[in-house]
Design a protein around this ligand. Structure first.
Ligand SMILES: [Ca+2]
Length: 447
């Protein structure tokens, strides 16, 4: 590769100038490049794989942020390299740091231990749709039953206006990586554990997204796991946006906190952004450390595999259904979607007062139904193995009951046993509606 006279990118020119000053081997965007001069022509030795890496980095460096997130092939003492604790992370064996100055790494760390380098992109809560105000109810009443929790404890429609779960989620904790929680809401009495803030705004929820999702997961009257605890891990600000770095730090914090807390834990992330290998790796690292991660599939009505963290291989990515057992029109889909749960017109806690409620629609509302269900499973069966928890979750799901599901998307609906069901650990009764694959075992109800 021959390069000279390049003026189109300031960083390239800066680097070329340094090389022209006599450097024979240099790091550019974290990639080691060797060069030498032949008369007035400078030759650069750059393997094809490095060239592709370089081109990719030049493209992403064109973003608004100069910050880059780096993961390492092996553990190194980042403190000795002058990288601050708050600028680094470790989730199990996954180690990395954020580079706030794009050239600072060149003198600190060799390329042979660098793994993935990505720009610190923006992440946001999936926007939700407010329901028709004619259906809004001004205050929380004891009789309120969101249709979503009513649906998940029975095999088929019509709804029976009851939610009688087999368990209430005692000793389970949901880490809500979201916009914070309005902790004074009556839905959260004695349920909130002290959390963390990675937005700089401080605790509380000025957006409402995290309060709504939390009420679906653990709310006293509107939640799936009514006895579970919730921890607000604020990674999205009052506008509902944050950064991948903030989310990664939130995941790290939740995993570490769950170990100290010694309770069964699940992470809920009703958020997303463009595909990120590093964010996906962080999700996989949390799962490898025995904390399952539930993620909203997205509201773009396209392939969930295009987004992170929903495309993480270990993420429990959730699509949305309606009260008529159809896929919500906004729901993303595809084979990265692992399970479907109620997400259209879901009643949840609001933030205008301690008893405020509101309806919202989105896969953001679907994910906490699954997080709550996992809290129930862990409460009954323990949390020694994420594989065991997943096996129960997936064995209980209803297959083939949702209409409008594309062929490449698993038609699997969240289900938890009713407390009147005489269920075994792996009940597999399927509904009579639209039967598909027959189960190997039958679940029997008490007469
Ligand atoms: Ca019901």
């Amino acid at each position: 590769m021959v390069a000279n006279g390049c003026k189109w990118l300031q960083m390239v020119c800066k680097w070329l100038q340094m090389v022209a000053n006599g450097l024979q081997s240099h790091f550019f965007l974290g990639i080691q490049i060797k060069s030498f001069h032949l008369g007035k022509i400078m030759l650069i030795r750059l393997p094809l794989v490095r060239l592709l890496q370089l081109l990719q980095l030049l493209v992403i460096s064109g973003g608004s942020s100069n910050e880059r997130i780096v993961t390492l092939k092996k553990w190194v003492n980042l403190r000795e390299l002058g990288i601050k604790r708050e600028d680094s992370f470790q989730i199990g064996t996954l180690v990395g740091f954020i580079e706030r100055n794009p050239f600072s790494m060149e003198t600190k760390i060799s390329s042979d231990i660098l793994d993935t380098i990505e720009q610190n992109k923006n992440v946001s809560s999936f926007p939700y749709e407010e329901i028709d105000p004619r259906h809004a109810v001004p205050e929380l009443k004891n009789t309120i039953l969101p249709w979503g929790i009513d649906r998940i404890d029975q095999f088929e429609l019509p709804l029976d206006s009851k939610y009688l779960p087999f368990r209430y989620g005692e000793n389970s904790v949901v880490y809500m990586l979201d916009t914070g929680i309005y902790t004074k809401h009556v839905e959260f009495k004695n349920k909130i554990l002290k959390g963390a803030d990675f937005t700089g705004e401080g605790p509380g929820d000025k957006n409402g997204h995290g309060t709504h999702t939390s009420s679906t997961a653990v709310g006293e009257t509107m939640g799936v796991a009514k006895k579970a605890k919730v921890v607000p891990v604020k990674v999205l600000n009052s506008r509902g946006s944050g950064t991948y770095w903030g989310v990664i730090k939130g995941i790290e914090w939740a995993v570490n906190h769950s170990k100290e807390n010694k309770k069964c834990a699940v992470i809920n992330m009703s958020l997303g952004g463009g595909f990120s290998k590093i964010l996906n790796l962080a999700v996989d690292a949390a799962t490898a450390n025995n904390v399952l991660v539930v993620v909203a599939a997205g509201n773009s009505a396209n392939n969930a595999c295009l987004y992170s963290p929903g495309s993480a291989s270990s993420a429990i990515t959730v699509g949305s259904t309606t009260s008529e057992d159809k896929l919500s029109t906004f729901s993303s889909y595809g084979n990265c979607t692992k399970i479907l749960a109620p997400g259209s017109n879901i009643l949840g806690a609001g933030i205008s007062n301690r008893r405020a409620i509101r309806y919202a629609s989105g896969t953001s509302m679907s994910a906490p139904h699954v997080s709550g269900a996992i809290a129930l499973i862990m409460s009954k069966y323990g949390c020694a193995s994420v594989n065991k928890t997943l096996r129960i979750l997936y064995d209980w799901e209803l297959r083939g009951v949702i209409g409008g599901v594309p062929q490449n998307t698993p038609n699997k609906m969240l289900h938890i046993p009713n407390k009147h069901d005489n269920f075994t650990m792996i009940p597999t009764k399927q509904p009579t509606k639209q039967p598909t694959k027959q189960p190997t075992k039958k679940l029997t109800k008490k007469k």
